[in-house]
Design a protein around this ligand. Structure first.
Ligand code: ATP
Ligand code: MG
Length: 353
């Protein structure tokens, strides 16, 4: 029996509602599999925790999580209690940086049964691999002069190591998918960073002869994700570009409530972290209508990461079947509750297994 230790941080708002739903799913997966089990350790780190302790997580928080096989997180943030930058930096950024989770992976897929603002007749199914630790989101820069001369400088930092590992991850992922990588660039406007980005992309593509590649400027690529998203398989992007593209991905899927994400540690020293794209959604807390699919699909990404791809595929197929049958929360046009959707996913899993 293989035992996976999962550190669970439900966090705030609907994070507390959807995390237990995904855990019900994981337990059913373990039953179906027969050879794996999940051992959960729950951590109450959240805005509520901050009110009681003055910090989002304890000083030795990272050490507490370090021995787990993965961190499974709901949502963090409750702007009525704690300013967003405090909760975000105190917990999410702290874990992402401390555990060197240098890559962010976000799939986007057209699901039959969801009226999204964009329905591509050819369907779409792409994954954005985003550099998660450097690039445009650096703290280098500042203000100089004052008055009319006031000037602000915001520098971007791209290291060969950081760009290379991101692109390698994208190419490896493409091998397991449809064998196509698109690089998001802007070398006609950002004349230092992006030509370097393109250069590394070309170098790495030489190591992957079976993979088709293309480079597209970020402005055109954003437009293509709306006009022909079916044309993309794996997209590799810098921190800022990836941030923008993944929001488009969640939007064209039809609801942020179904979009999953993973923060990947590559060196194996620390656990990776799995958290849905959506936030704590204070406007729907306590109503029982939060869509659990973002969290459950995130559990699928965690299963894949732990090497249980067969179970991951079974889970995604079951999610799609339930949506297609019309068992949906209001955000995707249904009338079902959070727990009803999960119940149907559990039944479908058992029937399909
Ligand atoms: P962040 O925490 O990233 O700042 P946010 O506050 O900008 O997030 P969310 O908390 O994701 O955004 O909420 C945005 C909108 O999407 C809200 O109207 C919310 O109700 C809705 N929403 C988010 N997640 C879900 C979900 N799982 N099910 C249904 N609706 C959701
Ligand atoms: Mg928010």
């Amino acid at each position: 029996m293989k035992k996976w230790d999962i550190a669970v941080i439900p966090g705030d708002g609907i994070g507390i509602e959807v995390t237990p739903e995904a855990i019900r799913v994981l337990d059913t997966i373990a039953d179906i599999h027969g050879g794996i089990s999940f051992q959960y350790k729950e951590y109450p780190w959240s805005c509520q925790y901050y009110l009681e302790h003055g910090v989002m997580m304890p000083e030795d928080g990272l050490q507490q999580l370090e021995q787990s096989d993965a961190v499974f997180l709901g949502a963090v943030g409750d702007p009525k209690l704690v300013p967003d930058h405090v909760s975000l930096w105190g917990l999410l950024v702290n874990i992402r940086r401390g555990f060197e989770q240098v890559i962010n992976v976000r799939p986007a897929k057209q699901m039959s049964g969801i009226d999204s603002p964009l329905v591509d007749p050819k369907g779409f199914d792409f994954t954005v691999v985003r550099e998660n630790s450097e690039g445009e989101y650096s703290e280098v820069g500042g203000r100089i002069h004052s008055g009319e001369d006031e000037t602000v400088i915001q520098s971007a930092i791209f290291t060969r190591r950081g760009v290379t590992r991101t692109m390698d991850y994208a190419f490896e992922l493409a091998k397991t998918r449809r064998g196509h990588v698109t690089s998001a660039t802007k070398s006609n406007g950002l004349v230092h960073s992006m030509p370097f980005w393109d250069e590394v992309f070309q170098d790495i593509s030489k190591n992957y002869n079976s993979i088709e590649t293309q480079s597209i400027h970020i402005d055109a690529l954003s437009a293509y994700l709306v006009s022909k998203p079916h044309a993309f398989d794996v997209i590799v992007a810098s921190n800022l570009f990836g941030d923008i593209l993944t929001d488009i991905g969640a939007a064209i899927m039809g609801s942020i409530g179904i979009a999953p994400a993973a923060n990947i540690n590559l060196n194996g020293k620390y656990p990776s972290m799995f958290e849905p794209v959506h936030g704590s959604a204070p406007d729907i807390v306590g109503k029982g209508i939060a869509n659990p699919i973002g969290q459950i699909w995130t559990a699928k990404m965690m299963l894949d990461h732990l090497g249980e791809q067969e179970m991951g595929t079974l889970l995604l197929d079951s999610i799609e079947e339930v949506i297609e049958k019309g068992i949906k929360t209001p955000d995707i046009g249904g009338t079902s509750s959070t727990t009803e959707v999960t119940d149907h996913i559990l039944n479908t899993l058992t029937l399909r297994a």
